[in-house]
Design a protein around this ligand. Sequence first.
Ligand SMILES: Cc1ncc(C[n+]2csc(CCOP(=O)(O)OP(=O)(O)O)c2C)c(N)n1
Ligand SMILES: [Mg+2]
Length: 324
Amino acid sequence: MVHTLNKSVVLEIHKKIFLIRETEEKIAKEYSNQKMRCPVHLSIGQETVPAVLSNFLNNQDLVVSTHRGHAHYISKNGNLKKMIAEIYGKVTGCSKGNGGSMHLIDKSVGFYGTSAIVGNSIPIGVGLSFNLAKSKNKNLSVVYLGDGAVEEGSFYESLNLAAVKKLPTLFVCENNLYSVYSPLSVRQPKNRSIKKMVKSIGVDSLESDGNDIKKVFNSCKIGINYVRNNRKPFFLFFNNYRWREHCGPNYDNKIGYRTEKEFKDWKKYDPLLISYKVLKKFNITDKVVKEIEKLQTSKIISAFKFAEKSKFPDKKQLMRNIYR
Ligand SMILES: Cc1ncc(C[n+]2csc(CCOP(=O)(O)OP(=O)(O)O)c2C)c(N)n1
Ligand SMILES: [Mg+2]
């Protein structure tokens, strides 16, 4: 586990931000070829939180995520070839081609799944921490959720259970301001603070900028240390912004649910550009950065080739329990 934001950590974070961004840009580029037939929810603009948080996790720390899960899977070192193959619906995919983009799983690295149903993975993540509560190595589970999932009943039940049973669950809420086209202001009463609500259930929390690498790093460190050492849940609340449409590869500002100005204001805090600035501050040379990026690009190219070449599952296979 990392302790300070040093050169090697900064490089690791950049590697992940770059890998997530370029993988999703490639998905967006190839999507219109109609070979990926499942819906895709891209995290472009929201790369920083998973790229930073994953540095505090080991293989025995278990992660669950949402419909917007590519970045969480990639950052937990999920197998990229299997993720792309899954999005192509191929039998070599991480869910054997049965699930698509919203059903990613790679137990070998402690990534225990994503779900298309909002709020669905929250109780699963809390369930996982029941077992981890007994672990000698202070392992924990991480539950990624969107701001929209806070409106689901399963959120309250899960948070309550984690609090009363003192479970090592780190809830990581990425507030990108919208649930599909609805802003928080039409979904939750005015002036109600999610943090205060969480506190009233008995869970401590911290709110942070979700794009500033240093702030995200410090918040993750506090949250992770709290859960590992106290064996109690904690809630991290990060503010960030999705750049593309809710579902699909395009931009959708013209629909009118958000303004071009709001979008442009958030784009100034581009996770990738911020990462380049941080690399400069740590005196990391362009040559070193380019080498790392080249390696990530070639990983992406081979993942797409692998997916394209792989076969579709046969009909019998589709009826089998794929997670056994
Ligand atoms: C139980 C349930 N209700 C509604 C939906 C439709 N739906 C899919 S994604 C989504 C938005 C969720 O918003 P949020 O949790 O903030 O995640 P984001 O898409 O912003 O990352 C909704 C309402 C669903 N999949 N499941
Ligand atoms: Mg949201």
